[in-house]
Design a protein around this ligand. Sequence first.
Ligand SMILES: NC(=O)c1ccc[n+]([C@@H]2O[C@H](COP(=O)([O-])OP(=O)(O)OC[C@H]3O[C@@H](n4cnc5c(N)ncnc54)[C@H](OP(=O)(O)O)[C@@H]3O)[C@@H](O)[C@H]2O)c1
Length: 231
Amino acid sequence: MSSSNDTGDGGGSIVVVGAGPGLGAAVARRFGREGYGVGLVARDRARLDALVADLAADGVPARGYTADVRDAEQLTDALGAAAADLGPVEILQYSPAPHRDFMRPVLETGPRDLLGPIEFSVYGAVAAVREVLPGMRERGRGTLLFVNGGTAAVPHPERAGTSVAFAAESAYAHLLHERLAPEGIHVSQLIIPGAIVPGHVRKDPAILAETLWGLHCDRTGFRHYADDLDS
Ligand SMILES: NC(=O)c1ccc[n+]([C@@H]2O[C@H](COP(=O)([O-])OP(=O)(O)OC[C@H]3O[C@@H](n4cnc5c(N)ncnc54)[C@H](OP(=O)(O)O)[C@@H]3O)[C@@H](O)[C@H]2O)c1
């Protein structure tokens, strides 16, 4: 491993919570190349198996763990299993792709419509962090990466659920950033305005994965933007 976070004892892993063929796969490739064990968490076993097979064909060994981030017990079990198989979680990336139903207009959004987005973006993030953080604090190192769309920075009236929930997730992550920096644990958020676009100069999945690798290595600041907010 060549991370500035590396203390040379090896055996660490990255777990991507919410991993699919886009950003999740690209991050698996980028961090896997550095020697980290790679754990991928998503709901669908068949899709995970296909992703693991794709990565293996490219020489990136990864393992898939099924969990719905909206079910804290499933999520913590998955993270525990990943750590047991792959070694302590040195890097946690929280980046499940939000459901379309979370993006309803603000005037059509009632309390129940916020349940899903909040469970997804806040409760899931908190459950994941609380599972991996004790080990990071014990070892005195670790990285927590949060990935969000542009509504985390600028709420959108047609996407109320994600706007509200991403804001709460951002606040939680920012608090962690402040609190954990003195312990050697780095917390960053990458905001990706607009869509992830293969071939895009800044928003191709492999380029975003490089950006995330840079956040892990450079360990500066909380919020980072993958592109201009109005893009
Ligand atoms: N795609 C974009 O255009 C875009 C734009 C801006 C920001 N982002 C951010 O980029 C990240 C996603 O990257 P991506 O779109 O390229 O996705 P990806 O890594 O290709 O796939 C994300 C995976 O999240 C999993 N997921 C969804 N709901 C889940 C749940 N409830 N529990 C567990 N896993 C769940 C899905 O797998 P299962 O269905 O098997 O669970 C999906 O394959 C997110 O942080 C998103 O906010 C994406």
